[in-house]
Design a protein around this ligand. Sequence first.
Ligand SMILES: *[C@@H]1O[C@H](CO)[C@@H](O)[C@H](O)[C@H]1NC(C)=O
Ligand SMILES: *[C@@H]1O[C@H](CO)[C@@H](O)[C@H](O)[C@H]1NC(C)=O
Ligand SMILES: *[C@@H]1O[C@H](CO)[C@@H](O)[C@H](O)[C@H]1NC(C)=O
Ligand SMILES: *[C@@H]1O[C@H](CO)[C@@H](O)[C@H](O)[C@H]1NC(C)=O
Ligand SMILES: *[C@@H]1O[C@H](CO)[C@@H](O)[C@H](O)[C@H]1NC(C)=O
Ligand SMILES: *[C@@H]1O[C@H](CO)[C@@H](O)[C@H](O)[C@H]1NC(C)=O
Length: 406
Amino acid sequence: MKNLLLLFPFLFLLLSSAVNGAHNITHILEKHPGFSTFNHYLTVTHLADEINRRQTITVLAIDNGAMNSLLDKHLTLPTLKNVLSLHVLVDYFGAKKLHQINNSTTLVSSMFQATGAAAGTSGYVNITNLKGGKVGFAAEDNDGSLHSFFVKSLQEFPYYISVLQISNPINSADAEAPTAAPSAIDLISIMSKQGCKSFADLLRGSKALPAFKESIDGGLTVFCPTDSAVNGFAPKYKNLTDSQKVSLLLYHGVPLYESLQMLKSSNGLMNTLATEGANKYDFTVQTDGEDVSLKTKVNTVSIIGTLIDQDPFVAYKINKVLMPRELFKASDADDEAPAESPKPSKKKGKKGVHDSAADAPADGPSSDSEDQKAADEDSNNVSGLHDGVRLVSAALFSVLIGFLVL
Ligand SMILES: *[C@@H]1O[C@H](CO)[C@@H](O)[C@H](O)[C@H]1NC(C)=O
Ligand SMILES: *[C@@H]1O[C@H](CO)[C@@H](O)[C@H](O)[C@H]1NC(C)=O
Ligand SMILES: *[C@@H]1O[C@H](CO)[C@@H](O)[C@H](O)[C@H]1NC(C)=O
Ligand SMILES: *[C@@H]1O[C@H](CO)[C@@H](O)[C@H](O)[C@H]1NC(C)=O
Ligand SMILES: *[C@@H]1O[C@H](CO)[C@@H](O)[C@H](O)[C@H]1NC(C)=O
Ligand SMILES: *[C@@H]1O[C@H](CO)[C@@H](O)[C@H](O)[C@H]1NC(C)=O
């Protein structure tokens, strides 16, 4: 028994390190000093956070020499971020799979494509098997020449993350194009184009808009409710006074750049553009596995997507309008039914009546048995990371049992 007690802190450490994400790109690259410049820029552009957050990803790393040739172009940091994000493929390619590409050539989506910053398909990377086992890489809009080649595999954790060295940076006129100065970013048009038209329309004519624009330079995070959420909320919105409407809109902006990874690790109280003084117009951020939700005293909303992520500006799509306690009572959230909701939550604990009413997706599971079914199905769906964690827990459990038997 004494042995067991001694073991606990150790087991706990082991388990928590397994739960805290399967990979850390910074850590992986630290083992390869020849890639320190690339590693440094993944960190300062916040791309490292995004890489760690994702599963099934391939990082095309370039060594310090190749990185210097890229830095010689004197790109601004946001532009460099675009270029580097073209080097992060949102699919898993180990050295083996690389050499088995069907029909010898393929286009793979990169994080540059995923940020919404790329025009058309310019965020795709062309991978082509050439003669003699050579594998070439180029931006999708290449001029017929592949200018970068697979060198070696640095680290592979199938099918979570693969880090491959390529010989040269992937050139792309589109990724290297100067990014708009932050304050020139047209919030309204970006939001309108990316499925947040109704919210953008409210903002367009509002006295709240200048506060959003003025914040962009120093960092701005916008939580944008879906069109159906805004439309469903219209009767309540109309009921507000003009200044309350301004406060409600401001409540959906945070004057800081918060990447999803940062949101997930903040897990606490967050002030908004509407905040003046202590404990006003704030909400809390809650993380459950990969899901991030925002909790006001009145309702809980889920982040269901990213509209744009261009440090210092990021906008997320949320499934409901955030209702601050300064403007609404808990009972106001009762008739809320979001049209879109994230995948059924694994943990449906015993929540308050208001909470569960507000949480229940219009088309989602409602009864307990359905919830259970969804949870069961979900646990059968081997989604990499969780599975790994389960495996580790199982292993630890058997170690524990072993000790108990002794
Ligand atoms: C990743 O690794 C680096 C270097 O080892 C460390 O400083 C950083 O805190 C780690 N990040 C996370 C999220 O664990
Ligand atoms: C090529 O096609 C085969 C069979 O359709 C598939 O198993 C394999 O994964 C594909 N390879 C790649 C690199 O997509
Ligand atoms: C391979 O090429 C053929 C003909 O060009 C096409 O029909 C087929 O769909 C391609 N297969 C893959 C896996 O891309
Ligand atoms: C990739 O680029 C090469 C060279 O320009 C080209 O021949 C090939 O068709 C491209 N592959 C795809 C899938 O576009
Ligand atoms: C509008 O406000 C009145 C008075 O506060 C309230 O009784 C009514 O329920 C509100 N309507 C909506 C749709 O929230
Ligand atoms: C399980 O995964 C499959 C394929 O990825 C998907 O079609 C299905 O909807 C998933 N089921 C659940 C319960 O998430």
